[in-house]
Design a protein around this ligand. Structure first.
Ligand SMILES: [Zn+2]
Length: 251
């Protein structure tokens, strides 16, 4: 085997985004199963005759043959494992896919293998394709992503004193990282109240490990707002693409 052969490898990857490079190339940010988030270049991909053209679209999952480059790895071939073109034609599905991708991209560092998050991303995209109401998947996805990153909001009991939260109103306590009981209520501008039904809903969503198990479980408006608030807290900003979803919800 030549020295070049040792530099070739295969990986599964999902396309998060791409940007043009030079006249015909493109740099893709991929989330791969073995190496996490990486940037890789596809040479000549913007030429009509390129064999890669159409195989590296947004959120497409592909088996990639890569070649280790000096700075960036090079994608030499791609076989589509799962394309989502039809699924994301719907505006709500499109907006939801963007939220999912933006969060994965923002939270995950480059070259850090995160197989749980690869599985989560893959599962979320597939669930999205099958869902009649894709935007409803976002809060559960966000909770699972926070969980995979070690940021799961505490909701089994009060995050400050451990008191039971069964059937009672509570507060989203972003600083403490979970729900707080009425007694431990945080007096901060970013804390907000959740009615007992919303607390139950939040706890139910947090408890669902597998998106396929309870497809009917939907976040209440207040519960979804609390999940978003925890995400924004850990991210240090509000994700841009969630405004797309808001616009659709209010349209
Ligand atoms: Zn408490």
């Amino acid at each position: 085997m030549s020295a070049g052969g040792a530099r070739a490898y295969k990986t599964r990857g999902i396309v998060l985004r791409g940007r043009n490079l030079g006249e015909a190339d493109k740099i893709f940010t991929l989330f791969t199963d073995e190496r996490g988030k990486i940037d890789a270049v596809a040479k000549g991909v913007r030429r009509a005759k390129s064999q890669l053209a159409g195989r590296l679209e947004f959120v497409t999952e592909a088996t990639l043959t890569m070649h280790r480059g000096r700075s960036l790895d090079v994608i030499t071939s791609a076989e589509i494992a799962c394309a989502h073109w039809n699924a994301i034609v719907d505006p709500a599905a499109f907006a939801t896919a963007h939220v999912i991708v933006e969060l994965i991209d923002a939270f995950c560092e480059t070259e850090l293998a995160m197989p749980d998050i690869y599985a989560l991303l893959r599962g979320a995209l597939r669930a999205l394709a099958a869902s009649p109401d894709p935007a409803s998947l976002v809060p559960r996805f966000e909770l699972r992503l926070l969980g995979a990153l070690g940021f799961a909001p505490e909701s089994d009991g009060c995050v400050r004193c451990g008191a039971s939260l069964g059937g009672v109103a509570a507060w989203a306590d972003l600083e403490a990282g979970g729900l707080a009981c009425e007694r431990c209520r945080p007096y901060r501008a970013d804390a907000f109240a959740l009615a007992a039904a919303d607390v139950d809903n939040f706890r139910g969503l947090a408890a669902v490990r597998d998106a396929a198990v309870a497809p009917a479980m939907r976040a209440t408006a207040a519960s979804a707002r609390a999940v978003d608030a925890f995400v924004s807290w850990h991210l240090g900003k509000r994700p841009k693409s969630t405004t797309l979803l808001d616009d659709l919800a209010h349209a």
